[in-house]
Design a protein around this ligand. Structure first.
Ligand SMILES: [Cu+2]
Length: 267
């Protein structure tokens, strides 16, 4: 229905609602544009100098324009209260429960995206600002904490299972960044000092999207959508949406890697 908008391909459960709202806003704005443009042209013609050599100090007596103004305000109120606010409320208030969703902490920094998964135990390990090492431990994860032993961290790469609610808890280490994944119709600023949760259900795997688009290189991209410094242009990450089993396999592979590293006494 909204193909005419040429929006990016859609890959999340709630995205259709956002698209239809964008579509309606465009339709109403087109009506306004044609209406106001027509009125402007009418005034240019109706009040041209040859017809109206002297200014009329009484002005317009008819109330048509007031009714039109009220009509516009009503349509805008419908857009706001009928579409925008309920949609926003559904996105923000009705978070899925943490038992049915996958929780991922995403911490933005100049100029990278750090992801942190709780691992099979479902508990996020302790992090400490003193342990932060920009190269080896950008999140300051304390591996000596038992809950942290199985935690998975990734850089600029988010792996997500398909058709499962995902809650991303967004943070920032330095300045305002913005987590934007156009195909998921998700965009949220990451603000230093705040943890902001956002949720969505990715419903098309990366592999499926590649066949659908006929582009074997296709990747979902996390674009930083706030100008955050000189390296802003290269602050991008990727999201790989995997089938449920593939995601499980990825978790197991990461766990195996962690075990191997843990066995090394020099780490
Ligand atoms: Cu940024």
């Amino acid at each position: 229905m909204t193909e005419w908008l040429r929006l990016p391909a859609l890959a999340s459960a709630h995205g259709g609602q956002i698209d239809s709202m964008i579509g309606w806003v465009h339709v109403f704005m087109l009506i306004l544009f044609v209406g106001w443009g027509g009125f402007y042209l009418f005034c240019l013609f109706r009040f041209r100098r040859s017809r109206q050599p002297v200014a009329n100090y009484t002005g317009v007596k008819s109330h048509t324009s007031s009714y039109l103004e009220v009509g516009v305000a009503v349509v805008e109120a419908i857009l706001l209260f009928g579409f925008a606010i309920p949609l926003w409320a559904a996105r923000v208030d009705r978070m899925p429960s943490t038992s049915e969703a996958l929780l991922v902490d995403v911490t933005a920094e100049q100029f990278a995206w750090n992801a942190h998964y709780a691992g099979p135990d479902g508990v996020f390990g302790r992090t400490d600002i003193k342990l932060i090492d920009t190269q080896d431990n950008p999140l300051g994860l304390d591996r000596s904490d038992p809950a942290a032993k199985d935690d998975i961290t990734t850089l600029n790469q988010l792996y997500l299972p398909v058709n499962k609610p995902i809650i991303v808890r967004l943070r920032s280490k330095d300045m305002i960044h913005s987590f934007g994944v156009p195909e998921f119709r998700v965009k949220q600023d990451a603000i230093p000092g705040l943890t902001i949760p956002i949720w969505f259900v990715p419903n098309v795997t990366t592999a499926e999207m590649r066949t659908r688009m006929g582009n074997p290189e296709f990747q979902y991209e996390i674009a930083c959508a706030q100008l955050c410094g000189l390296g802003h242009y290269r602050m991008r990450g990727f999201v790989t949406v995997l089938g449920t089993d593939e995601f499980q396999k990825w978790v197991e592979d990461e766990e195996a890697k962690l075990k191997e590293q843990g066995a090394d006494p020099f780490r």
